[in-house]
Design a protein around this ligand. Structure first.
Ligand code: OXD
Ligand code: MN
Length: 584
């Protein structure tokens, strides 16, 4: 039934787009080799040094196609009010008409690839089937890393009988004719005019977040922009945590954290389950379980190094696609932050020769590596567990130079939902637009929530009511607070382990805390900050709650909340009021 539907849909799209050829992808190694050869022949891929980077390639994008284009990303549902004030809306019939015009004949001279894929581990009740039709072999090569692709998905389709339709064409890569459209009422996606990961690999942001968030609301589960990690303590107990941060705020680094030597010696271990997306669902024991729907990492390259994230470096050593990084004369790659000393010369991400001291970066700030998750040395043995892993804590975080303390814990699920709903962060290069500007990014889902944000928050509260006391504890962190001289106060990276340990202890019912107007914060002893070289003033600054600054925050949040009108859950308004009271 469903495979007949798939064949009909492929025929319909082929009639509209007129490809020269149609290729059904099976996901095999032979298919992948042939595709890579084609991508080398047509100049999309440059093969890297086979010793240093086996089976790995550099790709350069069009210079105006380097990040997600949120302004051209749409939720297309019947009523604009269901998309809400934080999404761009299009009328489904009207945009279908426009898109049909753009897609007509757009694959002439090209191959249309049929890419069946799974979001989720094999044999899991959480897993969904998607099929992407695309004229971009680069997309196919990336999808093969980021998802479980090919025959495995067709087999699952014959069991499930349903798949999410994703239609993609690079068109002419014209930024004026770029549309990333989601149809939550019919579980389909249409993307035109971009070859960039978040716009074109339709399993990731489009299916696993925007559509899945809407499906999860209907079905009683959650799709979140969260990493998943497992922490083993010296007693051998495992605690699983998810964490939501805006794009390019260190999710991959936190997911792959290596504990400081003294923690390792004591028996602490951190393992990765996912670095970007979590699907959360109640298990038979009433706890919330998470799976990582992806099979690879689409990580931000700049800043990743053997010092900051050796696990990511190992993961992307082989079988990896590097996009928009710099190419060294010995056919290795380089990006800002990879080594302290830049190479004496290289080719920058635009294909121009580059020397240290150049006014432009060698790698694009949003350059990426696409690498198989299975290659990560710290990947958890539980990462493909069909039932997922039970979550004890959820961490929210943003990039804030001031105001936000290092860590605090919510008083309740509703308060924690409020902490997520009021997340703010300085914008990064992962989306187009000015970097550094402070913006609200609720639950790091601002660009990824497939329906009205007010209804999304209500869904969080409903999930909390269902799970009761078994729901994870909720925390907020800020690794990015700066002193008056603009220097980071907190070393971050491995040292984030001190904060994770406290969070684990709080989940276990230990871990000393002091209550502040914002929430519970660790005592100095509980966080074990000795040996950090932080002065007492710096320590105080890390945890400072400036009441005047916070009154302004409360006011700002009230303004932010107003745009959600009567879809703002009363509980969240009440939390802002309660915060105001606690500050006075
Ligand atoms: C990503 C993003 O690519 O959030 O993960 O932009
Ligand atoms: Mn992301």
């Amino acid at each position: 039934m469903s495979s007949i539907e798939l064949e009909h849909w492929v025929d319909d799209v082929a009639r509209l787009t007129s490809p020269d050829r149609i290729q059904w992808c099976d996901g095999s190694a032979a298919e992948s080799d042939a595709l890579n050869r084609l991508l080398v022949e047509n100049g999309t891929f440059t093969p890297l040094d086979p010793q240093r980077h086996p089976n790995s390639f550099l790709a350069r994008s069009a210079i105006n196609d380097v990040s997600r284009t949120e302004g051209q990303t749409y939720i297309c549902c019947s009523r604009p009010e269901d998309a809400g004030p934080t999404n761009n809306w299009k009328n489904p019939q009207e945009i279908q008409h426009t898109l049909r015009g753009l897609f007509r004949g757009c694959m002439r001279g090209r191959t249309m690839y049929v890419v069946p894929y799974l979001m989720g581990p094999p044999n899991s009740p959480h897993t969904r089937v998607g099929v992407e039709l695309t004229d971009s072999p680069y997309v196919v090569a990336n999808m093969r890393i980021m998802t479980r692709m090919g025959q495995i998905a067709l087999d699952e389709l014959s069991r499930q009988g349903h798949f999410v339709k994703g239609l993609h064409s690079i068109g002419l890569l014209d930024p004026q004719e770029r549309y990333i459209c989601h149809f939550p009422e019919e579980d389909s996606i249409i993307s035109f005019g971009s070859n960039y990961g978040g716009n074109a690999l339709l399993g990731k942001k489009c299916l696993a977040l925007r559509l899945a968030s809407a499906i999860g609301r209907r079905e009683g589960w959650m799709a979140e922009h969260m990493l998943i990690l497992g922490i083993t303590d010296p007693q051998g107990r495992k605690t699983y945590i998810t964490a939501a941060f805006p794009s390019a705020c260190g999710k991959t680094n936190l997911a792959m954290l290596i504990p400081p030597p003294e923690y390792q010696a004591a028996g602490w271990k951190v393992e990765t389950i996912g670095d970007d997306i979590a699907w959360l669902r109640f298990g038979p024991d009433g706890r919330l379980y998470a799976i990582n729907p992806e099979a690879g990492f689409f990580g931000v390259a700049p800043g990743t190094s053997p010092l900051t994230n050796p696990n990511a470096m190992a993961a992307c050593r082989s079988n990896t696609i590097f996009t928009n990084v710099a190419l060294c004369p010995d056919n290795t790659v380089w990006w800002e932050g990879l080594t302290q000393e830049p190479p004496a010369e290289c080719i920058d991400w635009m294909g121009n020769s580059w020397k240290p001291g150049s006014t432009t970066p060698a790698a694009h700030p949003n350059s990426r590596f696409t690498a198989p998750a299975s290659q990560c040395p710290c990947i958890s043995p539980d990462w493909e567990r069909p039932e997922g892993v039970p979550i004890s804590a959820i961490i929210f975080g943003g990039r804030r130079a001031s105001v936000m303390p290092l860590v605090h814990q919510a008083f309740s699920w509703q308060h924690g939902t409020f902490l997520g709903a009021t997340m703010t962060s300085e914008k990064t290069a992962a989306a187009t637009g000015p970097v550094g500007v402070l913006r609200h990014d609720p639950m790091a889902m601002l660009p990824f929530c497939g329906y009205h944000m007010g209804d999304y928050w209500q869904h969080w509260l409903d999930m909390g009511a269902r799970g009761g006391d078994l729901m994870p504890r909720i925390f907020h962190v800020n690794w990015f607070r700066k002193d008056a001289q603009g220097r980071y106060l907190w070393p971050g990276f491995s040292d984030n382990m001190h904060v994770l340990k406290w969070i684990v202890e709080r989940c276990q019912g230990t871990g000393a805390a002091v209550t502040t107007p914002l929430g519970d914060m660790p005592t100095a002893e509980a966080l074990n900050l000795e040996g950090f070289g932080l002065s007492p003033e710096q320590q105080a600054e890390l945890f400072k709650v400036d009441r005047d600054e916070w009154r302004l925050e409360v006011h700002e949040r009230e303004k932010f909340f107003r745009q959600f009108g009567d879809r703002l859950p009363a509980g969240l308004r009440a939390e802002n009021e309660a915060l105001r009271q606690r500050l006075s």
